[in-house]
Design a binder for this molecule. Structure first.
Ligand SMILES: *Cc1c(COP(=O)(O)O)cnc(C)c1O
Length: 352
C-alpha cells in the first residue's frame, strides 16, 4: 500500500466546481488539464462530477484512459508527426504550430471520415511552442485549404519555459491577432485560448480581456495557486493530496560516512557535514518515485538527508515525536511531487 498518494475526494470536487464556476461566470470555457496526475481515471471521474466536460492532456496515452459520451478531449502538446493517426482517433481538438503536422492531421482525418479541430499556438515571448508572428498569415492560408481540419481558434502558452507572465501586452497581442485573422480569413473561430494557471490572476482580478474565452487549467484546480506570482486563492483547498511513506529502518548512526570514499549510486562524489551522531530513518521511497527536492515532510523537525533510487534518508534527531519502524510519515504535495508520484508505478493513489 505504501508509498501512497492520498486524495481527498470532497476537497478535489470542491476545487473543480469552484474553478468551473469562476470560468463560467467569466464566459470562459474550461479545458481541465490532467497531465499532472497522468489522467488517472478515478480522478478524472471526480472532475466529471465537478462539471468538467473538456479534458486536456499532453499525451495521447493519457487521453485514452477514460471515456464519457458527452466530453471533448484536447491534446495540448503539439503532436508528433509519428502519432498523427492516434491523435485524430483519440482527440477532438489538438494544439498545433507545424504546418507539416497539420497537413498530415488533415489527411488522416479524411481517412477516418472526421474533421479534426485545431487551435494554432502563437509565440508571444515565452519561447516554447508557437508560430512566430511573421509566419501566422501564411500558415492560416495553408490551413484554410485543408478539408480534414477545422481551425477553431488561436492560443498561447506562457510562463512555462521563459517564465514570461501573461499581461495586457502579450494577451492583448493574442486577442488582436486572433480577431484580425478571424476577420481577414472569415474563420468563424470558437476559441481565443489565453493560457494556463499563470493567466488565472487576471481572471481573479478582473483584468482578463473579455475576448479571451478559453483557459487550459491544471495546477490551479489541484493546488489553488495561480502560477504567475504564486499567490494562493483561499477558496480552493491546497491540501487535496498527502504523500504517505513508511519507515523501514530507524537507527542512530554517524553523520559522516567512514572508509575510503568513491562515488555514490549516481556516479557523483558527495560531500558531508559532520553533525555527530544522528537519528536516521530510511523511508521506502526513492529517486525513482519522487526526487529529493520534492520530499516535503509535514513534521517540520524532520530533515531530508539524502536519497538513492528507492531509499530516502531522513534526520529525525530534532523530532519530539518518538517515531518507530513501521510508522507512516506524511508529506506535503506540491505540483512536482504530484507529477512525479503519479508517474511512478510504485506509488499508489488512494481516494478517501
Ligand atoms: C501543462 C499545460 C497547461 C496547464 O498548465 P497549468 O500550469 O498546470 O495550468 C496548459 N497548456 C499547455 C499547452 C500545457 O502544456
Amino acid at each position: 500500500m505504501y508509498p501512497a498518494l492520498f486524495l481527498n475526494k470532497e476537497k478535489l470536487i470542491h476545487n473543480v466546481k469552484t474553478v468551473k464556476n469562476l470560468c463560467d461566470t467569466a464566459n470562459i470555457e474550461l479545458f481541465a488539464v490532467t497531465k499532472c496526475f497522468c489522467s488517472n481515471p478515478d480522478v478524472i471521474d471526480l472532475y466529471y462530477k465537478g462539471g468538467v466536460r473538456v479534458f486536456a492532456d499532453s499525451r495521447i496515452s493519457n487521453l485514452q484512459k477514460y471515456d464519457y459520451s458527452d466530453i471533448k478531449k484536447v491534446l495540448i502538446r503539439i503532436p508528433m508527426l509519428s502519432e498523427v493517426e492516434k491523435v485524430v482517433e483519440v482527440a477532438d481538438i489538438s494544439l498545433n504550430s507545424e504546418i507539416e503536422v497539420i497537413r498530415k492531421l488533415s489527411e488522416e482525418a479524411l481517412k477516418q471520415n472526421k474533421v479534426h479541430e485545431i487551435i494554432l499556438m502563437i509565440e508571444l515571448g515565452d519561447l516554447r511552442e508557437g508560430i512566430v508572428e511573421e509566419s501566422i498569415e501564411s500558415i492560416v492560408e495553408n490551413v484554410k485549404d485543408l478539408k480534414g481540419v477545422n481551425l477553431v481558434g488561436f492560443g498561447t502558452n506562457l510562463t512555462c519555459y521563459g517564465a514570461i507572465i501573461p499581461d495586457d501586452n502579450n494577451l492583448g497581442k493574442l486577442v488582436e491577432l486572433s480577431k484580425n485573422l478571424n476577420e481577414k480569413y472569415n474563420l468563424n473561430i470558437k476559441y481565443i485560448s489565453g493560457g494556463n494557471s499563470s493567466s488565472v490572476y487576471k481572471l481573479l482580478d478582473g483584468t482578463l480581456s473579455k475576448d479571451i474565452n478559453n483557459l487550459r487549467i491544471g495546477e490551479f484546480i489541484l493546488f489553488g495557486t495561480e502560477t504567475a506570482y504564486g499567490e494562493d486563492y483561499t477558496e480552493i483547498h491546497q491540501d487535496v493530496f498527502t504523500l504517505k511513506t513508511e519507515i523501514i529502518e530507524l537507527k542512530v548512526k554517524d553523520s559522516l560516512p567512514t572508509g575510503n570514499s568513491g562515488v555514490n549510486a549516481f556516479g557523483k562524489k558527495p560531500t558531508f557535514e559532520d553533525k555527530g551522531k544522528m537519528k536516521r530513518a530510511i523511508i521506502a521511497i526513492g529517486k525513482q518515485d519522487v526526487s529529493i527536492d520534492n520530499i516535503l515532510p509535514k513534521d517540520e523537525s524532520i530533515f531530508v538527508v539524502g536519497q538513492s533510487s528507492d531509499h530516502t534518508i531522513l534526520d529525525l534527531t530534532q523530532c519530539k515525536t518518538e517515531y518507530k519502524v513501521g510508522d507512516i510519515l506524511e508529506f506535503k504535495v506540491e505540483y512536482t511531487t504530484l507529477l512525479e508520484a503519479s508517474t511512478s508505478e510504485y506509488v499508489s493513489t488512494i481516494l478517501e
